[in-house]
Design a protein around this ligand. Structure first.
Ligand SMILES: *Cc1c(COP(=O)(O)O)cnc(C)c1O
Length: 315
């Protein structure tokens, strides 16, 4: 029995009317810890437990850390999550709520991660947030479910941070005989490490993350994601923070689910005026990847802090 659940797959009436397409939504926001991350992380944790590991360590203050904490609790294996001081009180609460030991260390993720690495020993598994073949194989179950349910989609829309989800989606398409379907990858400006890498023809490293979509904030995508962007029909799309936040608000209104801007970015591909990212696509499957770390107040604060130019007027 995997640790993740099979999530609902629906046709969105509001998004289908808005775009003139058949828009499928895979609602992974409904995974118990709030994001798709449990698919891959659940498989990685189960596999490490079967290998005899007796403790898990994560250095993610985001959805990956929450998913490791959840998986450890389910498996009866203690988890330590090391996060930097910048991690919000809400994210700390979500990790602690899963029963993990929370260690706050350092001003940035680099320092927290170094501390996490110093905790490793032969009995302990470090669970990476995106760069591990086990994660991709676990994430691929999202496509298995969509195919099994009979959904007839002709492209997948997916948000990209470090590229673990994208790698899993493409693995899932290929193992279901759908390796020819295009994948639209969406990032926000300031967290667009895949789009920049594809443009440069090499895996660039961003000097900083400048976006409210913190879950997309990997300065460099994993090698697998970069390689797949070259061997698969991958179409990179980049949206503004304003568009991602708008999509979160509209999605809350349309489907009553609160998601992070990281997920709002993927939804923005359909909510943006004229949906340019979906040109030539008739039935997109949007991965509603979720995210548990942003509250309604936080979303409003980000919106209020946007520079006016990036904030489209609401009618
Ligand atoms: C982790 C995460 C992403 C990005 O996934 P990657 O595997 O890092 O590309 C997108 N959205 C949410 C909500 C996430 O938690």
């Amino acid at each position: 029995m995997p640790l993740h659940i099979e999530t609902p797959l629906i046709v969105s009436r509001p998004l289908s009317l808005r775009t003139g397409k058949q828009v499928w939504l895979k609602l992974d926001a409904l995974q118990p810890p709030g994001s798709f991350k449990l698919r891959g992380i659940g498989l990685a944790c189960e596999t490490q437990a079967a290998r005899g590991k007796r403790r898990f360590v994560s250095s993610s203050g985001g959805n990956a850390g929450i998913a490791v904490a959840y998986a450890g609790r389910e498996l009866g294996i203690p988890v330590t999550v090391v996060v930097p001081e910048t991690t919000t009180a809400h994210a700390r609460h979500l990790i602690a709520q899963e029963g993990a030991t929370l260690v706050v260390h350092g001003a940035s993720w680099q320092e927290a991660n170094a501390q996490a690495q110093s905790l490793l020993d032969a009995d302990t598994a470090f669970i990476h947030p995106f760069d591990d073949p086990l994660l991709w194989t676990g994430h691929a179950t999202l496509i298995d479910e969509a195919v099994r349910s009979g959904a007839r989609f002709d492209a997948v829309v997916v948000a990209v941070g470090g590229g673990g989800l994208m790698s899993g989606v493409i693995e899932g398409l290929r193992r279901n005989g759908l390796g020819r379907l295009p994948v639209v990858t969406v990032e926000t400006h300031g967290a667009d490490s895949l789009a920049q890498a594809v443009r440069a023809g090499e895996r660039v490293t961003l000097d900083a993350i400048r976006s409210v979509a913190t879950s997309l904030g990997a300065k460099q995508v994993c090698e697998q994601a970069f390689a797949l962007a070259r061997s698969h029909d991958v179409r990179c799309h980049v949206v503004t923070d304003g568009a991602a936040l708008d999509a979160c608000a509209k999605f809350l209104e349309d489907h009553r689910l609160l998601v992070e801007p990281a997920c709002g970015a993927a939804l923005a591909a359909a909510y943006e005026a004229d949906a340019p990212a979906l040109a030539g696509i008739e039935a997109p499957l949007i991965v509603v990847c979720g995210g548990a770390t942003a509250t309604l107040d936080q979303l409003a604060a980000w919106r209020a802090a946007l520079p006016p130019a990036a904030c489209p007027a609401t009618p």
